[in-house]
Design a protein around this ligand. Structure first.
Ligand code: NDP
Length: 281
């Protein structure tokens, strides 16, 4: 079998187009969706992500509020800015780019964001609601993963799903979302014995490990849907957590890296922000 490609660029472009149309519809109500992005320090990857998010905001017709703070910023200073953004009615969504410098505790900062403006979906209130199956702002990358799976037209009900990785920003939430769609979910991590045994059962496999080409063809069931969240910077460029060429021979659907989950994450950030601005979330 040779896999069909789940093209995140194409799918995200249509979502972004729809978001732009929603922005136009909000105009007569005097509402312009506003996203505040806070970058602390000089992390090169973070700078790239923040630049992409700002560009996407502007092209969607949002108001973009970019706050670049020096690496020496204290936690108090950052919390003060978050407080200001919480109170600013022009700001519908607040995103503090991670990682933060060592003097700042990311959990404290995320918890300080008003849950209603937490368009990253990382606040414990939103994470708890996701766990409880209540409506909430869902985290962007897992939401993008689910949207890609939806695009295949394959129902998750009763399917075996395996997730490699259990981080709070990808692995855990995506596992909960798969469970909510009635998949039988196995979550693998660094202490899992015989990962291949688990993965080979999976009709849907989500890799969020952060290790280049971790998932090899031998670990993949014939005909599986394979979603690669990983972004690993190697000398030759970006590669995912999946050994793409070999796995594409076995999978029924696969996401490329780059051009798969990455663009979906940004599209979902825009979607979350416009949903908040429109009063839907
Ligand atoms: P983390 O480092 O927070 O989590 C990695 C997870 O993988 C952990 O749960 C860890 O297990 C598990 N893991 C690590 N090594 C192994 C191993 N050898 N065998 C099995 N499991 C292992 O990463 P993130 O979740 O933040 O991100 C994962 C990847 O996704 C990264 O490449 C990141 O760059 C990318 N990413 C991409 C995004 C996008 O928009 N496309 C957005 C966010 C992330 P344990 O818990 O036991 O330590």
């Amino acid at each position: 079998m040779s896999a069909r490609i789940l093209d995140g660029k194409v799918i995200s472009a249509s979502i972004r187009e729809r978001v732009r149309a929603e922005v136009e519809q909000l105009k007569p109500r005097g509402v312009v969706p506003g996203l505040a992005v806070v970058l602390v320090g000089e992390n090169p990857a973070s700078k790239v992500y923040v630049g992409q998010k700002e560009k996407a905001c502007l092209s969607a017709g949002f108001a973009s509020f970019l706050h670049k703070l020096p690496a020496s910023t204290s936690q108090e200073e950052l919390l003060e800015l978050v407080g200001d953004l919480n109170r600013d009615p022009a700001v519908h969504g607040i995103l503090v780019q991670l990682p933060l410098p060592p003097q700042i505790d990311p959990d404290t900062v995320i918890s300080a964001i008003r849950p209603e403006k937490d368009v990253d979906g990382f606040h414990p209130i939103n994470a708890g609601k996701l766990l409880a199956g209540l409506p909430c702002i869902e985290p962007c990358t897992p939401k993008g993963v689910m949207r890609l799976i939806e695009e295949t037209g394959i129902s998750l009900e009763g399917k075996e799903a395996a997730v490699v990785g259990r981080s709070n920003i990808v692995g855990k939430p995506v596992s909960l979302m798969l469970l909510a769609k009635n998949a039988t979910v196995t979550v693998c991590h660094s202490r899992t014995k015989d990962i291949a045994d688990h993965l080979r059962r999976a009709d849907v496999l989500v890799a969020a490990v952060g290790r280049p080409r971790f998932v090899t063809a031998e670990m993949v069931k014939e005909g599986a849907v394979v979603i690669d969240v990983g972004i690993n910077r190697l000398e030759g460029g970006l590669v995912g957590d999946v050994d793409y060429d070999a796995v594409a021979e076995k999978a029924s659907w696969i996401t490329p890296v780059p051009g798969g989950v990455g663009p979906m994450t940004i599209a979902m950030l825009l979607q979350n922000t416009v949903d908040v601005a429109a009063g839907r979330l």
